[in-house]
Design a protein around this ligand. Sequence first.
Ligand code: 4AD
Ligand code: MG
Length: 430
Amino acid sequence: MNFVRIKDVNKYEGQEIKIKGWVYNKRSSGKLHFLQIRDGSAEIQAVAFKGDLPDEIFNLTDKITQETSVEIQGIVNKHERSKIGYEIALKDIKIIGESCDYPISPKEHGVDFLMQNRHLWLRAPRQRAILKIRHAIITSIRKFFDEEGFVLIDAPIFTPSACEGTTNLFETEYFDTKAYLTQSGQLYMEAAAMAFGKVYCFGPTFRAEKSKTRRHLTEFWMVEPEVAFNDIYDNMDLAENFLVYIVNYVLQNCKEELDLLERDISKLEKIKKPFARITYDEAIEILHKKGNETPWGEDFGGDEETLISEEFETPVMIYKYPAEVKAFYMKQDPDNKKLAMCVDVIAPEGYGEIIGGGQREENMNILLSKIKKHNLPEEAFDWYLDLRKYGSVPHSGFGLGIERTVAWICGLHHVRETIPFPRLMDRIRP
Ligand code: 4AD
Ligand code: MG
């Protein structure tokens, strides 16, 4: 007899089947023992009835502890009140692996304790719902770029130079020299866009963030499209289509998970085109009207982003920031040298910046002067400057942070639950 995955039990009504999984909860009432079993695909209840079973089997079901792994055999019966609609009338059970004193009991635990036990916490329904939504988001991203004719180009993790400033670089020895863990695959995508037109990379990126906020990880996953001949406005169109696609995909495929997380779906249903597009100057005006006195020229932090997002139901695209607060590669606004042709996309409901990107400087001389101005070592960027020497074209792209996107779509306060094994300033275990 083959094993059936729990999600497929509906195909076996009235038949005897075998299931393998973990007992996550147990309840007894005299002659009946109810085992709640999970196998990763779904959950089901197995009922052990004393009258139906040899004593040794019935007694064994009584001794089973939380998270014991088991192999069970029994008959599939309808059970309207359960989520899956069926239960199993137990005939036989074998213990695969015992579980003694499982630390995460069904009672409440503090976040620190749960994070310390992240390797076990992953089994909890809420954590599984979040990570299944993360999976769906990543699936939708790959589908979107496939359908749009992008080529996946993997960027390296060891890099010789900084993409996003030198303050949060992780440095490592690299034989006789130094290397940095990548902060972004962008510079490599620019090279690849000149070869393939439309490309993207998707991988882990690293930043030694010394701030403990609910939006920062030291290791996070970023997806970065880059398109030759796109200007900043084409780039905004791409970001808009991309986000609408992701949210729709999750709404269509993750109803059960969103429900478990008690996510207010009506908020996600409002994620439709067009998104609000405002300049940095207009964003400053909104802030001042709301009593936030950020002076012109300063970058926005979480507080400012939240205040601005309160004005809109869709994500809001803020473009043309002061060049001073942005990275060296940003194209200079042809109408105002002080501005960069960049765009940040701020999620609604206070989830902060989920996308950063813009048009890249394609002019060799301006780019070189920016590298010098940012005190970056020219020799590390010689290959990047080549892209401006040999058939340079206008081009644009952006980076979407997966964890912040998961936090927004799931409605989570902190990014630590959006990645299987979070790396934070004060956490590198498990
Ligand atoms: O705005 P950032 O720094 O942009 C770049 O890295 C560009 N080179 C991307 C590009 O144009 N190809 O980062 C992009 C996004 C942010 O909007 C945010 O969602 C996420 O990456 N992000 C972080 N997520 C979690 N923890 C951190 N420490 C993050 N830093 C950035
Ligand atoms: Mg940014």
